[in-house]
Design a protein around this ligand. Structure first.
Ligand code: ATR
Length: 277
């Protein structure tokens, strides 16, 4: 029987067990998916001994994503570029491999919901400069975005991030975020604003073209105030739940040997969990 887990500190908020246990049951697999709360000072040792804890691999969440990359014997290009790993697996020789599937998750959902997101090659506006922003910039650039505007409350963080991605990313001052939406084809919120318990994202969408797409990585609530405002003026929207579901696919396949599908039934199952908590 194969075991995998999600490692975090804290870890109880993670939705990964809901997703992976759903798939284990659906595909009738002999496997288990656990939660491991590991303190920052113990993470290096825990990852070194992942196999002896009985695990074939793991998801890694905050604050351990950088430590997960550092602990890996092999890292793929996504993890290296993003500078953080969210998916780990051990190979037959016992080597620890690291990937980051956040960009894959975001881009797969975006391509499904709005395949024309880059039609006309209009600028993309990205809000935020944390780990999620880094993953999404990587995904957008790899998928062919030619001009990305990056705005973050702390301007210096945006500058550092933009520099690491080269000339396709330029920084917009946070106070100019609303007017910079003119001519954009896609707006992505990667900040935590709009999440339950946090203030809403303060932005005026009136300059954004009506045929632009508005995406949020926040999935609780499913319809954030940003997405509600976008729907209200007729923009198409892409919610954060799809990214969460799709980023889980590569890990499940590595650990349990079946490539799982993201279906409307899985979405409804996870959405019901979100509503209940
Ligand atoms: P993650 O790695 O999950 O992206 P993070 O590094 O904490 O998390 O980043 C959170 C993002 O939300 C940051 O861009 C943060 O802006 P700062 O870099 O200025 O901190 C943004 N954010 C959080 N609260 C905010 C607020 N009240 N107003 C504007 N931006 C906010």
């Amino acid at each position: 029987m194969k075991h995998a887990c999600v490692i975090g500190w804290p870890v109880a908020h993670s939705r990964s067990p809901v997703i992976h246990r759903y798939w284990l049951k659906l595909y009738g697999l002999e496997g288990a998916y656990e939660q491991e709360a590991v303190r920052p000072e113990e993470i290096a040792e825990f990852l070194k001994t992942l196999g002896s804890h009985g695990y074939a691999g793991a998801n890694v969440t905050l604050p351990h994503k950088e430590a997960a990359l550092a602990a890996a014997d092999r890292a793929d290009q996504a993890a290296t570029t993003i500078g953080a790993a969210n998916t780990l697996w051990l190979d037959a020789k016992g080597l620890l491999h690291a990937s980051n599937t956040d960009a894959y998750g975001f881009m797969t959902h975006l391509a499904q919901e709005a395949p024309d997101w880059n039609k006309g090659k209009r600028p993309v506006m990205v809000l935020g400069a944390g780990g999620a922003a880094r993953a999404i910039l990587q995904g957008l650039i790899e998928a062919g975005a030619s001009k990305i505007l990056l705005a973050n409350r702390t301007g210096d963080r945006a500058k550092v991030l933009a520099q690491s991605f080269g000339p396709r990313v330029s920084v917009v001052p946070w106070e100019d975020r609303s007017k910079a939406l003119a001519g954009c084809g896609l707006l992505v919120n990667t900040t935590s604003l709009g999440m339950t318990g946090k203030p809403p994202l303060d932005i005026n969408l009136s300059a954004l073209p009506l045929d632009a797409i508005v995406a949020d990585i926040v999935y609780s609530p499913l319809e954030t105030p940003l997405l509600a405002a976008a729907v209200g003026r007729g923009n198409r929207t892409v919610d954060g739940l799809g990214m969460l579901l799709h980023q889980a696919v590569p890990g499940f396949e590595r650990w349990f040997g079946v490539r799982p599908e993201v279906t409307p039934a899985l979405r409804a199952h996870v959405a019901a969990h979100l509503e209940a908590s």
